[in-house]
Ligand binder design. Structure first.
Ligand SMILES: [Zn+2]
Length: 235
C-alpha cells in the first residue's frame, strides 16, 4: 500500500515509518515528501488541503496523521461508540475532519477514496519511545494523572529521558527516535497494549484494503471516465 504521512516533525516521521512497518503485514511505500505542520491546531487546519491534494494529484491509498495529545482529552473506548464525538479529543477531531473532507470529493479517474489512519501520542511521541524501557510511562498513568491533577511526568521530562536534553538537535532527535522504535519494530505488542492512541492507528492501518485494479476500473466506468488499461493484480 502507498501511504502519505502528516506529522509534526521529520523525527516523528522517521519513527512513524518504522512503526507502520511493525504493524502492517504487507509492503508499504511511503509517499515523498511527507507533509508537516507545526503542532496543534495546524495539523487539523492543513489536513483538508493535504487530503484534496492526495486525492487529485497522487496515487496514495491513504494518509496517516499523527499528533501529540499535549493536555487534550484522551480518546478512550467510550469515544468509539457510533456517532460519539468529543470536541476536545484530537482523534475524534481529526477523524471528523477527514470524514467531512473525503465525503465532498468527487470520484476521479477510478480513484478510490483516501483511507485514513489517525494516531495521537499521549502526551507526546517521546512516551511511545520510552514504552517498554520506562515502566512508569503509559497512557493509563497519564489519564490517572489528569483525573487526580497530579501528572506522573511532564512532556519536558519525557524529552530529557529520551534525548538527555529538552532541546535536542534534529539529528540527535532522529537518532534517539530510531534507536527506541527499533525495539517496537521487533515486537510492537507492548506499545499496542500500553498506548491505545497507537493501537487505534494500527487498527486503522490494518483495516485498509487498497482498491484492486479491477475495482478501480469499475469506479472509473461508473464515474463516466475512461477505464485505465487492465494491469495484472500487483498484490
Ligand atoms: Zn475521541
Amino acid at each position: 500500500m502507498k501511504l502519505a504521512i502528516l506529522s509534526e516533525s521529520p523525527a516523528d516521521e522517521a519513527a512513524l515509518r518504522v512503526l507502520v512497518e511493525a504493524v502492517v503485514p504487507g509492503p508499504v511505500e511511503f509517499l515523498r515528501p511527507a507533509y508537516r505542520a507545526r503542532g496543534w491546531p495546524s495539523v487539523a487546519q492543513v489536513l483538508p488541503a493535504v487530503i484534496r491534494h492526495l486525492h487529485f494529484n497522487t496515487d496514495a491509498d491513504g494518509i496517516l496523521v499523527e499528533v501529540d495529545a499535549d493536555d487534550s482529552v484522551v480518546h478512550t473506548e467510550q469515544h468509539e461508540r457510533p456517532d460519539y464525538f468529543h470536541p476536545q479529543c484530537r482523534i475524534c477531531r481529526l477523524r471528523a475532519v477527514m470524514r467531512q473532507t473525503v465525503k465532498r470529493l468527487p470520484p476521479i479517474g477510478g480513484r478510490a477514496r483516501i483511507l485514513r489512519a489517525v494516531g495521537v501520542a499521549v502526551p507526546a511521541i517521546e512516551a511511545w519511545y520510552l514504552c517498554g524501557r520506562d515502566e512508569s510511562v503509559t497512557e493509563d498513568a497519564w489519564i490517572r494523572g489528569q483525573a487526580t491533577g497530579n501528572q506522573p511526568y511532564s512532556r519536558a521530562e519525557l524529552k530529557w529521558r529520551v534525548y538527555g536534553t529538552d532541546r535536542p538537535t534534529l539529528e540527535h532527535e532522529i537518532a534517539c527516535a530510531l534507536r527506541e522504535v527499533a525495539r517496537h519494530r521487533r515486537d510492537p505488542r507492548r506499545l499496542l497494549n500500553d498506548f491505545p492512541g497507537f493501537a487505534y492507528l494500527a487498527t486503522d492501518l490494518r483495516s485498509w484494503r487498497p482498491a484492486a485494479p479491477d475495482e478501480r476500473n469499475r469506479a472509473a466506468s461508473s464515474a463516466g471516465g475512461v477505464a485505465p488499461p487492465r494491469t495484472p493484480d500487483a498484490r
